[in-house]
Design a protein around this ligand. Sequence first.
Ligand code: 13P
Ligand code: SF4
Length: 333
Amino acid sequence: MLANLEYSAEVARDTAALYERVKTVIPDIEWPLHAPYVAAINALKKQRNAVVLAHNYQTPEIFHCVADICGDSLALAKRAVETDAEIIVLAGVHFMAETAKLLNPDKIVLIPDERAGCSLAESITATDVRQLRQQHPGVPVVTYVNTSAEVKAESDICCTSGNAVDIVESLGVEKVIFIPDEYLAAYIAQQTEVEIISWQGRCEVHERFTADELEQYRQNYDQLTIIAHPECPPDVLRVADFVGSTAQMQNYVQTERPIRVLMVTECSMSDNVAADIHDVEFIRPCNLCPHMKRITLANIYEALETLEPRVEIEASVAKRARIAVERMLSAGS
Ligand code: 13P
Ligand code: SF4
């Protein structure tokens, strides 16, 4: 049955503590639009024995107000294995929901909008991987998790931006095929002696940042710390003071407490970190990920209500893809 989604005095009272958490990043005029969904989702999660896993690029009303588990792709994969809930709602993009399903084949995994894709995942097919293997016989394939289950099924091991160098080195070989992000591949190649054969996939969000724009920010803001995601182009990474996964970027700000920081990544990242940290100034040039932004409180609520859309992966694909993901997890990084 549909909940009453009015902003009543009861909803205001029940969600007051959550609003306190996000009030520096969500204007009070917007809260009455979010609060009824926040209250309804949190109630429905309990009834359904469900959890919401949210990526760092989700908007603050999702990230801070309805998510049970938050993090980068690596954290979401690791924590997906640990949950006792019967239902997982993945507030993120499709490949993240597939990873959660691979690791929880007997659970219901919901993705609130099936169109939430990823330009990296779109850039390569299983046939491409088989051809790469033919061109480079015997060379293992390390696959960034930003790929479809079909591509993972053709791979030896997966990695995320948080563990890519360790995973490449864990294989103890001289050469690997690293797919599909050419910029992440170039970044790894600088950190290791292992020869990297790459593919020409790119993140449509991070490839838009330029070194010139960052240099301009440095001139305009004193004592500016620039931290960037490794999906950015190499000249952008050269300008950055720190490079890391979204969780590593968040951790950097939490521990280093820069005076002023520019997070070269998706827009919601700064909002989510800024909601918790009030002594750092966030400079916010950012690019929106249109795929991440397909997930809303309204469609999370609807997914929990209808238990659709579900993520399903063909059994023979899932079996092989799971091995590549589990190898990553047991490599320990
Ligand atoms: P992280 O694993 O660093 O969170 O990155 C995922 C992603 O899609 C970045 O664009
Ligand atoms: Fe894919 Fe880039 Fe969006 Fe991340 S930010 S989900 S890599 S398109």
